[in-house]
Design a protein around this ligand. Structure first.
Ligand SMILES: [Fe+2]
Length: 189
């Protein structure tokens, strides 16, 4: 997150840094005061969606291309990501203040952590083993560009916003917006 913009970095350390960020945002949500939970959920959602979309657009095509059995590996991990996106959308619908939310958050947390670990132990290992250092740098550059193209998370809700009514809009729309932005930058480079 805070590395120099100019220093090229291989893609795997960037992905690992994002996983650490996701873990700390999950924890931040758990520790947030009731009045800050909307904002914390919003920030968590944006970070997860931005990371996942950038992975799907930049990293998984490389997995399919360079790794033996890469198609199956990519399909499996992308299915996990889609499941998390669906759960986020359901969580948004019920709202952070609803009685169902804590159990849903527990599920999200364990699914996100299990998915991150699976990526680290399979995808990232295979990428490092099968992709040349130059290509890993190139993927890192494209991954950063993709993330930068994604809209930043919206301003936290206004004080008069009813609880549970997130201003970021449906998660599905956030996913679409991020995906469009990332594809836009890819086609112009
Ligand atoms: Fe990831």
């Amino acid at each position: 997150m805070n590395g120099s913009v100019d220093a090229p970095t291989q893609v795997v350390p960037l992905l690992l840094a994002d996983h650490e960020e996701a873990k700390s945002l999950l924890q931040r949500f758990e520790e947030a005061a009731a009045s800050k939970r909307d904002e914390a959920f919003c920030e968590l959602t944006y970070a997860l969606v931005r990371h996942e979309v950038a992975e799907e657009e930049v990293v998984y095509p490389a997995v399919r291309r360079y790794v033996d059995g890469g198609d199956d590996l990519a399909d499996m991990r992308i299915a996990e990501q889609s499941k998390a996106e669906e759960l986020l959308a359901e969580m948004e619908m019920v709202g952070v203040g609803s009685p169902q939310f804590p159990a849903m958050f527990t599920t999200l947390r364990s699914e996100v952590l299990a998915h991150a670990q699976a990526e680290e132990q399979s995808v990232f290992v295979e990428l490092s083993a099968n992709v040349s250092p130059d290509e890993l740098l190139e993927l890192g550059k494209r991954y950063e560009l993709a993330k930068k193209a994604a809209p930043t998370h919206p301003h936290p809700h206004a004080p008069d916003t009813p609880p549970g009514n997130l201003v970021m809009g449906p998660v599905a729309a956030v996913v679409d917006r991020v995906r469009d932005a990332v594809r836009g930058v890819k086609s112009s480079t």
